[in-house]
Design a protein around this ligand. Structure first.
Ligand code: ADP
Ligand code: MG
Length: 705
């Protein structure tokens, strides 16, 4: 065994924490920074200069040579442009490393090459990155050396958000303000802020890197576009929580270490349902930091995998036929004097504040189910949501027996007199994973489940940023809180008014509560009867961003302007079309250059064998060779025809001019044509000699690490 790892010592060692600032800044400047972090406002340039110098000194001591404004453009991943601390040398040739307050606060990357959805013409290239002091700066280490990363928001010259962080921060302020109005109604005068906390559980696959590099589909699209099922899938249920193999263990160990150094509280690790699938969950934290950290988690997962001779697949559906990957987004609201507004306590029926919060969330989720669904869509997630896999595309809420019973009492009699007990609903905070609970069926099929003192939004895709889902959640809940507070603040008799309001909201929105099996066909029908939206794809979900209802919501709380929403809608259509185009072209490439030639060669081998055996011995039975040749040739012809069709429809879709029409063309024409090509090729994989097959199989990939 190597050296013992001192986790406490390494934790956060690459982060410019508040503690380090306190050590390195004068008390006055430190207090100024802390005030901006907590209450907003602007840092004076003088203070910024001091912070910048301290940050640079710390970074340089740790070996950093460059800094970067680290931001999250609408590509869904992070962006960085490095600048060294190097300055102009003096006359004697001596150079001093420098970093100014201005450079810390504001950056000016060329915005023209990032998606803006029409917000900015290419000639208006200016875009600004602005320091987000609520998320700590950190040092990223790699082959390139050490880079000081400063989390920033990214806006256009006119101040429109071009990133995922700006609206998230706006939504956090909105929900904080409105939630404060709620707690004030219940006599909490101490709280000054309410924070949305988030803990995302990240699922991922690991495959051998050498095999990965032999598959163009994995390289270009992150998922397998072809592949016959392996003889073994996940049916034995022996992978979930199974013993972690040594090679994977070595990976997880390094991953944790890297994350801890970055101040990410990597907490839970386990094998997931599908072979080669795993999960990591950190401890929850402020939504903004959780979003940044989740980006770091995904990035670090990929980098560490490379060091271990593996590739980390974050795609929502790397393999057909086994489970895909998601990201459970655990969300709650806590006041700065320590009250979790989602904690029901032992007797929820008596906890009026909690019941009001619950009623508001029911209202928010029911009113904006379409937006919530949209916030969790990305191209890869279409393979999970609505495709007979976890979770369904229909938004519903799981409350658990205890709360469902309280809601029922309130709706039916207007009075909740008791709360069920019996350990079925756990109250109280536990940071340890309740693994068994997660494994029970009843709760696992719900896309939005109450789990003790938080909601768990399970629709989010594994490769997606969690910024959008949390922005939407904060926004819709802010709206419901605001509407409730508008009424209750005016009430003469608060007790009666709050009682009536809870009853009204719960009655009106109880259709969103569903505790049954979310995967069943019955539920699809039942949901339709209840009038709940069932939005089957990302493309169909996209338009929900710009409905009057959505624009009203987001503009009311200054989270998005109408123009920003329209730009995002445009970008999503473009992203979808581009992604499917790449998938289609990759399939065309692989079929044309790899599969068809390999099968042609194989048919020649069969034909040669057939004639050779026949001429060697006329009585020999050559029926197997013959049947195989006929079967393989038939599939080959089918594949060739499907390839031609895919070529045609891809060209047709690519020729569309309107982004929306183009996206729909890819969904309705190209996507089915891709399936049609995959089918005969996968059948051929089952017929053709393993030696002759040009790419590693599902079995090689999923069981070969
Ligand atoms: P599960 O039942 O899904 O296994 P866990 O207890 O493992 O739940 O928690 C999953 C995630 O939820 C973790 O990231 C955890 O830190 C986070 N979490 C726990 N409590 C809260 C809370 N009050 N608010 C937000 N996230 C939370
Ligand atoms: Mg979970």
């Amino acid at each position: 065994m190597g050296e013992v790892l001192n986790v406490e010592k390494i934790f956060g060692e690459n982060v410019f924490t508040l503690g380090k600032m306190k050590e390195r800044l004068t008390r006055k400047v430190f207090n100024e920074v802390k005030h901006v972090m907590e209450c907003g406002g602007e840092l004076s340039l003088a203070a910024a200069d001091v912070v910048a110098k301290a940050m640079k000194d710390w970074a340089v001591e740790k070996g950093a040579t460059h800094y970067t404004h680290w931001f999250q453009p609408l590509t869904g991943i992070t962006a960085e442009k490095h600048d060294s601390f190097v300055t102009h040398p003096d006359q004697e040739g001596k150079m001093l490393m420098e970093f100014s307050g201005k450079e810390l606060i504001k950056g000016e990357p060329d915005a023209s090459s990032f998606p803006s959805g029409g917000l900015r013409a290419t000639f208006e290239a200016r875009g600004y990155t602005a320091w987000d002091c609520t998320s700590p700066a950190f040092i990223k280490q790699g082959a390139i050396g050490s880079i000081l990363c400063i989390p920033t928001a990214f806006c256009s010259y006119k101040g429109e958000a071009l990133d995922k962080k700006t609206p998230l921060l706006r939504s956090m302020e909105a929900v904080s303000q409105q939630a404060l109005r709620i707690v004030r109604l219940f006599g909490n005068t101490k709280a000054t802020k309410v924070t949305a906390s988030v803990g995302p559980e990240q699922e991922y696959f690991l495959v051998d890197r050498k095999k990965y590099l032999q598959r163009k589909d994995l390289i270009y699209t992150g998922r397998t576009l072809f592949g016959a099922p392996a003889p073994k899938g996940q049916e034995m249920e022996d992978h979930y929580f199974g013993v972690i193999r040594e090679r994977i263990g070595g990976y997880m160990k390094d991953l944790n270490e890297e994350l801890w150094k970055l101040g990410v509280t990597a907490k839970t690790q386990h094998n997931e349902v599908a072979p080669a699938q795993h999960e990591l969950a950190p401890i929850y934290e402020t939504a903004n930091i959780a979003v940044d950290h989740n980006q770091l988690v995904m990035e670090t997962m990929k980098r560490v995998a490379e060091n271990h001779g593996m590739a980390c697949l974050l795609h929502e559906k790397p393999f057909a036929g086994v489970n895909g990957s998601g990201k459970h987004d655990n969300w709650s609201l806590t006041t700065d004097n320590g009250v979790n507004m989602l904690d029901p306590g032992d007797t929820p029926n008596e906890n009026i504040q909690f019941l009001l919060v619950l009623a508001c969330i029911m209202k928010a989720v029911d009113t904006h189910a379409d937006l919530l669904r949209q916030s969790a869509s990305d191209v890869g997630n279409d393979h999970r949501l609505g495709a007979n896999e976890a979770p369904p595309a229909i938004i519903s809420m799981f409350l658990g027996e205890q709360l469902e019973d309280v809601v029922k009492q309130l709706v039916e009699t207007g009075e909740a007199t008791h709360s069920l007990h019996g350990g079925k609903l756990q109250t109280g905070v536990s940071t340890l994973p309740d693994l068994e609970k997660d494994a029970t069926d009843r709760n696992r099929t719900s896309p939005f489940a109450f789990t003790g003192n938080k909601f768990e939004f399970r629709m989010v895709g594994s490769s997606d940023s969690i910024a959008s889902p949390n922005t939407t959640l904060n926004a819709i809940v802010a709206e419901a809180f605001c509407e409730a507070a508008d009424i209750l603040e005016q009430a003469d008799d608060f007790e009666t008014a709050v009682h009536d309001l809870i009853k009204e909201y719960m009655t009106k929105h109880q259709r969103i509560v569903f505790n049954g099996d979310g995967y069943s066909e019955d539920w699809v029908e039942e949901a339709e009867r209840r009038g709940l939206p069932n939005i089957k794809s990302m493309v169909e979900a996209t338009a929900t961003l710009t409905t009057d209802k959505a624009v009203r919501l987001f503009e009311k709380f200054a989270i998005f302007t109408k123009a920003e929403l329209e730009s995002r809608e445009e970008i999503l259509y473009e992203t979808y079309a581009k992604s499917i185009n790449i998938e289609a072209l990759t399939m065309i490439d692989m079929a044309t250059k790899q599969f068809i030639p390999a099968v042609v060669k194989y048919t020649t081998t069969l034909a040669n064998s057939l004639s050779a055996v026949r001429s060697a011995c006329e009585e020999a039975d050559t029926s197997v060779q013959k049947e195989l040749l006929i079967e393989v040739s038939a599939r080959l012809a089918e594949a060739k025809a499907a390839l031609g069709r895919l070529n045609d429809v891809t060209a047709q879709a690519a020729a569309q001019v309107c982004a929306k029409e183009k996206a729909f063309a890819y969904k309705d024409m190209v996507f089915p044509a891709m399936d049609a090509l995959r089918k005969p090729i996968d059948q051929l994989e089952m017929l053709v000699d393993k030696e002759a097959w040009p790419v590693p199989s599902y079995g090689d990939l999923m069981f070969g690490v």
